[in-house]
Design a protein around this ligand. Structure first.
Ligand SMILES: [Fe+2]
Length: 279
């Protein structure tokens, strides 16, 4: 069992922490698990460098945080890999999201029960680009003036996902077929463990505020997206092979920078952790 020599090194003013002194290829003892969870709730995104993790070790790591969320978007994926494991990559035929930038979003917000956490393990890191950026939704909410906070009380927004639609410009101009995945959640979400409130809308997936005039909704959402994406609430992770990262979808949004998907390689193993109904 890993000894409790955990060191927590914050990655930025906005959030994220590197956890040093843990070998995730072996079971982590209860005290270390508790230290990891404490850091998780404080920093929202954790990075473990220089890990060597097979599927089983990555699943065991994710179980520190909760139950594994089986894939829901492409059920056939379950036939190809261990349940709950898939790949974000340009190196495998069975992978998703092989190229391009991806706007800020919160994974699975278009489900009633969105994944609580998303983990990525880096198998191939591109030399240039392909970074994952994070935005702290608690800090963004807390920075709002009291009048805006009152205005947001009780509001709900619908978020949706059109498959193969990597940005909102494409999404809002596309014909809606009525079969899109969509769900309605509070605009301000309360973290069930820490009690902190955070903005739970995002530029990629959130369409409109329920019951509000479209123009008013668009204006308010733009303001909230812009707030979340202010530089002081953001940090960026440059991938290295052997990085195991996990983030809390209740607290942060994330985005991806583009990279040279023709000449470079980017392979990330992704596992999601089940979540509860947002409130
Ligand atoms: Fe994502």
């Amino acid at each position: 069992m890993a000894a409790l020599t955990i060191e927590v090194r914050p990655l930025s003013e906005a959030g994220g922490a590197e956890i040093a002194g843990v070998d995730l290829s072996r079971p982590v003892d209860a005290a270390a698990q508790e230290a990891i969870l404490d850091a998780w709730h404080a920093h929202h995104m954790l990075l473990f460098r220089d890990q060597s993790l097979d599927d089983a070790a990555a699943v065991r790591f994710c179980r520190i945080f909760g139950e594994i969320q089986p894939e829901r978007q492409t059920p056939s994926a379950a036939d190809r890999h261990e349940p709950g494991i898939h790949y974000v990559a340009n190196t495998r035929k069975d992978a998703i999201l092989p190229d391009g930038d991806i706007w800020f979003h919160s994974d699975q917000i278009f489900y009633d029960l969105p994944a609580m956490a998303t983990s990525l393990y880096c198998i191939d890191a591109p030399a240039c680009g392909g970074e994952t950026r994070f935005g702290n939704c608690h800090l963004a909410y807390e920075s709002l003036d009291e009048e805006t906070k009152r205005r947001l009380e009780g509001l709900k927004a619908e978020s949706s996902y059109l498959y193969n639609s990597p940005n909102r410009l494409h999404k809002v101009t596309a014909e809606r077929s009525g079969n899109e995945l969509c769900a309605t959640h509070p605009v301000v979400r309360t973290h069930p463990v820490t009690g902190r409130k955070g903005l739970y809308v995002n530029r990629l997936m959130t369409d409109f505020i329920v019951g509000m005039d479209r123009a008013e909704s668009d204006a308010l959402l733009e303001r909230l997206f812009d707030r979340i994406e202010q530089p002081q609430f953001l940090w960026q992770h440059k991938w290295r092979e052997g990085d195991q990262v996990i983030w809390d979808n209740r607290s942060v949004v994330h985005a991806r920078n583009t990279y040279d998907h023709i000449n470079d390689r980017r392979t990330l193993r992704r596992i999601a952790v089940k979540g509860d109904m947002p409130f």
